[in-house]
Design a protein around this ligand. Structure first.
Ligand code: CA
Ligand code: CA
Length: 186
């Protein structure tokens, strides 16, 4: 066997000392990463839920302002509390695309465009015109059409003293599963 050339010895020493250091570093790194990753995801999920809550509040405000301007809620022909969703029909009114209902052509809502059909106004396809939450579904809105300033919380039936409730169905896209819903009033 050929002995190591003399010049290679420092590298052997560097490797012999270095490899364990790298191995220990990797172990520590993965432990720290393991702790940080869930925290990182939790912060991200919080940010997404905050976004949904803000959007729901802004839709509620837009509808509120419409009512102040025109004296009634958009699309609702009933005098009983009713629900709508932030689909193309509603958004066209709030964005002054529907000039029959919004004949003063007031833009009540600043609609950011959706990205990958999430968090915003969908620009094309079958859901074009819908304003969707971070999980791609329209927001749900309950309107106090009987004007007693009371609406039933769709999540638990409790009466809430307000005029409009808006909420996202959450990551599961199902409004009936309250656990993950994001409510503008909570
Ligand atoms: Ca009511
Ligand atoms: Ca849900």
């Amino acid at each position: 066997m050929k002995p190591f050339p003399k010049k290679s010895w420092p590298w052997v020493i560097v490797l012999a000392l270095g490899l364990p250091v790298v191995a220990v570093g990797l172990v520590i790194g993965s432990i720290v990463f393991g702790f940080l990753l869930p925290a990182f995801y939790a912060v991200q999920i919080d940010a997404v839920r905050t976004l949904a809550r803000n959007d729901a509040s802004q839709i509620a405000n837009a509808i509120r302002n419409f009512r102040v301007e025109y004296g009634h809620y958009p699309l609702i022909g009933t005098k009983e509390d009713a629900s709508v969703i932030s689909d193309e029909q509603l958004m066209d009114v709030l964005l002054a695309e529907n000039r029959e209902m919004n004949w003063r052509a007031i833009i009540f809502f600043e609609a950011k465009p959706a990205r990958d059909d999430r968090s915003g106004l969908i620009g094309e396809g079958v859901n074009r015109g819908d304003y969707v939450d971070p999980w791609g579904a329209p927001y749900h809105i309950v309107l106090d059409a009987d004007s007693d300033n009371r609406v039933a919380d769709p999540l638990d039936g409790d009466v809430i003293e307000t005029d409009i409730l808006a909420y996202s169905a959450g990551p599961d896209g199902n409004p009936a599963t309250a656990g993950d819903n994001v409510a503008s009033w909570k």
